[in-house]
Design a protein around this ligand. Structure first.
Ligand code: NAG
Ligand code: NAG
Ligand code: NAG
Ligand code: NAG
Ligand code: NAG
Ligand code: NAG
Length: 458
């Protein structure tokens, strides 16, 4: 408490020195009592002393934020900040309001954020809404509803809301309500603020791309070139109709519920890789074709070292943002299913041609050593191999995804960005599926229509 006295010492020097001293003593006593009350709070052992004072002061007259023993920053219920308005806060409390995050973790679990040298604690107790720093929600519930209605954002009390979604626009909410959140986080590389949260752990994705294939061309399955493992047989883009037709032209092993013709692997992500790697091609077509909607289907295909077969048209999605050039087969590059099947046979029967699709796996980098490097160093080595002007680096996943806990991303951001700048940021609506995505049945329509055209068509 010494620093408060020091800070207020100019006032103490006034004529009414005696009464001021009493006033100060009373204030200190109040703070101390509040401190003791708060000390019995369940979260208390996880907060620093400074934050306790900060918390207890929320409704007091003092309105001071104490960063350390030499500095007192006066802000109206804001976090301690530096002279540029960047947060100096080191410990945070995050409310998982929809109970979606960190499945299996306990109430009060503490997470270390290496990128900002901070920690945060998870809670699911909605009645702690007044004390939390981040309110995190799955999808975007109406923000005027309880418990959000308690929140005073930015101007009065520094708390931030974040809505998060990994389902495409076809299968989750869109529209204006997204604009009301401070942070909108999704797989969308451009529409996320401040950063995307994709299905790709870039640290791993880069290594998976550069790793030699676990099964060489000669040892791939001899009976079928293609594998498909899917459990949603009613996808928005009608991929199943397409697969059914493709099966008439070329052998496809289907282990999942849809068009099943093989047993042995369930449609489970870990299992899938064991199946995937034995085949030359993996069908990694999503359930809907939307901007940047690229999921673990591609991640797992890449991990398996086989060539992914994907579907992207008019940037819905643009696979060049996730993969090196000439590393996947896009069905929309073909004008008929027959032409696609013929090309798959041609590639699958020619080792040189097949391996040309895995060109970025041939390099002089030491993978074991690469795996131990920082993300920045990994990216540099990756750029050496695929070229620094590759879309994946300039405009895609490698340049935009920092691969860390979503809350740690926000904390890193608020510690690098003046709070006024964050407060001035205008949220934006999430576009509707008719804009973000190809229409329903688009894969079926494409191959049934004589006007079928290539993936670059707009
Ligand atoms: C206290 O904060 C000031 C200004 O932010 C800083 O210069 C100083 O190093 C800090 N002292 C400690 C002990 O952290
Ligand atoms: C991280 O913060 C702690 C205090 O919370 C400090 O002691 C430590 O030196 C910091 N480490 C780095 C790498 O900045
Ligand atoms: C295999 O593919 C390579 C590279 O495209 C090509 O040069 C070669 O002629 C092909 N071989 C056969 C037998 O088609
Ligand atoms: C690759 O790096 C690892 C770890 O640094 C080392 O043990 C191994 O010998 C290296 N391999 C080659 C082929 O240089
Ligand atoms: C946010 O919206 C307000 C009102 O529409 C506008 O005046 C302001 O310039 C916008 N700020 C930014 C950063 O776009
Ligand atoms: C696609 O359409 C454009 C114009 O509509 C045409 O110029 C082009 O040749 C077509 N491509 C194919 C592969 O059919």
């Amino acid at each position: 408490m010494r620093f408060i006295i020091r800070h207020l010492s100019p006032f103490v020097r006034s004529r009414r020195r005696f009464s001021f001293s009493i006033l100060i003593s009373i204030l200190i006593l109040i703070i101390f009592i509040l401190y003791l009350i708060d000390y019995n709070h369940p979260s208390v052992d996880l907060l620093s002393d400074q934050e306790l004072i900060q918390t207890t002061n929320k409704n007091s007259l003092l309105n001071v934020f104490i960063q350390n023993t030499t500095t007192v920053i006066e802000k109206n219920e804001l976090w301690p900040v530096d002279e540029k308005g960047r947060s100096l806060k080191q410990h945070f409390l995050a409310l998982d309001v929809t109970g979606f995050f960190r499945a299996g973790s306990e109430e009060g679990d503490k997470v270390q954020c290496i990128s900002s040298n901070t920690t945060f604690i998870w809670t699911r107790q909605q009645n702690r809404i007044d004390e939390v720093d981040f309110v995190i929600s799955h999808d975007a519930p109406a923000i005027d509803d309880s418990p959000f209605s308690h929140l005073k954002l930015n101007q009065e009390k520094q708390q931030y809301t974040m809505a998060f979604i990994m389902e495409s626009e076809v299968h989750s909410s869109t529209g204006d309500r997204w604009a009301k959140y401070n942070f909108k986080m999704s797989y969308n590389l451009d529409d996320s603020y401040p950063e995307p949260a994709t299905y790709f752990d870039v640290n791993t994705h880069i290594i998976d791309l550069l790793k030699p294939p676990p099964i060489p061309f000669e040892e791939k399955d001899k009976n079928a070139d293609i594998v498909w493992i899917i459990s949603n047989c009613n996808a928005h883009n009608a991929r199943q109709d397409f697969i059914q037709q493709l099966m008439k032209e070329i052998k496809i092993d289907s282990y999942g519920f849809c068009l099943n013709n093989r047993q042995g692997y369930a449609a489970r992500m870990t299992d899938n890789i064991y199946a995937y790697k034995k085949y030359k091609f993996v069908i990694a077509i999503e359930n809907s074709n939307c901007v940047d909607y690229v999921t673990e289907k591609l991640v797992k295909a890449v991990e398996s070292g086989s060539i992914p077969i994907v579907a992207g048209r008019s940037g819905r999605p643009d696979y060049r943002r996730y993969m090196p050039d000439h590393s996947y087969i896009n069905i929309f590059d073909y004008t008929s299913i027959k032409a696609l099947a013929d090309d798959l046979k041609r590639i699958g029967n020619n080792k040189t041609l097949y391996e040309s699709y895995l060109w970025f796996k041939k390099h002089d980098k030491n993978i074991t050593q690469l795996s131990t490097l920082s993300l920045g160093e990994k990216l540099k080595n990756f750029a050496d191999v695929i070229g620094s002007s590759a879309t994946m680096i300039t405009n895609g996943i490698a340049g935009k995804e920092k691969s860390e806990d979503k809350v740690c991303k926000l904390i890193r951001f608020v510690r690098q960005t003046p709070w006024q700048e964050i407060a001035a940021h205008n949220g934006t609506a999430r576009v509707n599926s008719d804009i973000a995505c190809l229409p329903a049945g688009s894969i079926r329509t494409y191959f049934n229509s004589p006007s079928s055209n290539s993936s670059q068509a707009v």
